[in-house]
Design a protein around this ligand. Structure first.
Ligand code: BES
Ligand code: ZN
Length: 468
């Protein structure tokens, strides 16, 4: 695939003028439409849990290993389920195809040195080995071209330290000089996981290792004449696959003049795990909010179009939301988007947190979230910067957004991300918060002011799935 994870660089001149939204928090009782408390009473946490189960378990009640991995069957099937749920509500659920997706499943990696096992983690888009790969281990510094040449890596497995150049470049340098396996060990404490960027950039089996284990191995290489190791990498790939964004909308009441649109989003794809919290939780929550808002007594009072977008291909670099925002910008529709609320990992943890891409981004929707979090009396963990979810492309295009999450999930991106970890109270709080935010905005007169162009550039590079 050629599509790489984006580093968002948006020049000030390219920022689309979006309308401003001025909202002050309205308590449930003061809600002008008087519908909030009614909808809140109809909220079904059980329905949300059922959908999380539907998305993360198979028919026999077993957790799915590769529940909705980007580009694979499980993800496509989930997209169709979400579409059918939208359709049940009278929305015209749309499947918008995302092309050129490399599907990648990490099926486990092992490494042994003289019978002793050392923990390693497959780099995303690594090639697989053909069974266990045996060979001499050599050390090649940070893996520059020169270092790989000097280390005589031909026919050997190469140990390289993290730093200075991207992982993919280190691996390329080693493979160009005849290496048959690559281990990259961390330069800060702990395990190293990361991505090579794409299948195209992947030249051979490549795994990450902790700084602690890597340092010990370097010493062992120096201590003996030859150090032989065995390494095995198992993967499942699906090159040039595809994914979907699933889109549904409840239109504003027909008497609303030139209604603006609020986007409620959540990614539905997963990494190679059940993905109950990341992010069946957010997906199931937006489905339930859609059910509640589509009841006639609510629908008839909507002053905004509420658009629900379940994003695909988030886990491999926000590809779905990136494409979706590009389409909004191209059609000129982005000007009409008043804000975006992104739910990602809302089921595990003991405090709600909010994120924006960075300090330069517009925090209007975040302010509405914070006001309502306080008013509802939730435990608030605070506001942070992050570019690791689907709010990022919106904010980079100048659309105000907020990413809402519960903190902290110890099972993130592991096989333990299963439905039994989901706290129904978190689900209830998230859905209630979103309803309060939406009704708050609905109560506020639309201000047709242009919003200030951003100063300078918005840039971000994801920190959590490093390439370097
Ligand atoms: N839900 C996570 C992001 C996340 C996890 C944010 C924990 C804050 C705390 C998301 O699905 C994810 O894993 N994103 C990727 C980044 C993406 C750009 C590939 C990540 O963080 O590695
Ligand atoms: Zn996520």
């Amino acid at each position: 695939m050629s599509k790489k994870r984006k580093i968002y660089v948006v020049a000030a001149s390219a920022i689309i003028a979006a309308p401003i939204l001025l909202a002050s928090p309205a308590s449930a009782a003061a809600n002008a439409n008087g519908i909030l408390s009614k909808i809140e009473r109809q909220l079904s946490v059980n329905q949300i849990l059922k959908d999380i189960e539907r998305l993360s378990m198979d028919e026999s009640g077993q957790n799915k290993d590769n529940a909705r991995v980007t580009g694979f069957e499980g993800e496509h099937e989930a997209a169709k389920y979400i579409q059918s749920e939208f359709n049940k509500l009278g929305m015209n659920g749309e499947l918008s195809t995302i092309e050129g997706i490399d599907g990648f499943i990490d099926d486990g990696a092992t490494l042994t040195v003289g019978g002793e096992k050392i923990e390693v983690k497959t780099m995303t888009f690594s090639q697989a080995t053909n069974g266990p790969l045996e060979g001499e281990l050599v050390y090649a510094g940070v893996g520059t071209e020169e270092e790989c040449k000097k280390a005589n890596v031909d026919g050997k497995i190469v140990l390289i330290q993290r730093g200075e150049i991207p992982f993919a470049q280190k691996a390329k340098n080693a493979y160009a000089n005849g290496a048959k396996g690559v281990i990259i060990y961390n330069n800060t404490s702990g395990m190293l996981g990361g991505t090579l960027g794409s299948l195209e950039d992947s030249k051979g089996p490549t795994v990450g290792m902790s700084l602690e284990d890597g340092t010990k191995l370097v010493e062992r290489i120096q201590d003996v004449e030859t150090l032989n190791i065995s390494m095995e990498v198992k993967t499942l790939v699906k090159p040039d696959s595809y994914s979907y964004n699933v889109i549904g909308e409840i239109p504003a009441h027909k008497n609303t003049k030139n209604p603006q649109t609020i986007v409620l989003g959540a990614h539905f794809d997963s990494v190679s795990c059940p993905g109950a919290n990341d992010n069946a939780s957010g997906t199931a929550t937006i489905l339930e909010v859609a059910r509640l808002l589509s009841k006639p007594e609510v629908k008839n009072k909507l002053q905004y179009n509420v658009r629900f977008v379940a994003f695909g291909a988030e886990e491999i670099g926000l590809i779905g939301s990136d494409q979706y925002v590009a389409q909004l910008v191209e059609s000129g529709e982005s000007k009409n988007i008043v804000g975006m609320i992104n739910l990602d990992m809302v089921g595990v943890g003991d405090q709600v947190v909010t994120y924006n891409l960075n300090d330069k981004a517009d925090h209007k929707i975040t302010d509405i979230a914070e006001d309502n979090i306080k008013e509802l009396g939730y435990k608030y963990g605070g506001h942070f910067n992050s570019g690791s979810s689907d709010h990022a492309p919106f904010e980079a295009a100048g659309i105000p957004a907020v990413f809402i999450q519960f903190d902290k999930d110890p099972y993130y991106h592991t096989d333990e991300d299963t439905i039994d970890k989901i706290d129904p109270q978190n689900i209830k709080e998230t859905a209630t918060l979103v309803l309060n935010m939406l009704m708050d905005m609905n109560d506020t007169k639309q201000e047709k002011q242009k919003h200030k162009p951003l100063k300078g550039k918005i840039e971000f590079e994801n920190q959590q799935m490093p390439r370097k």
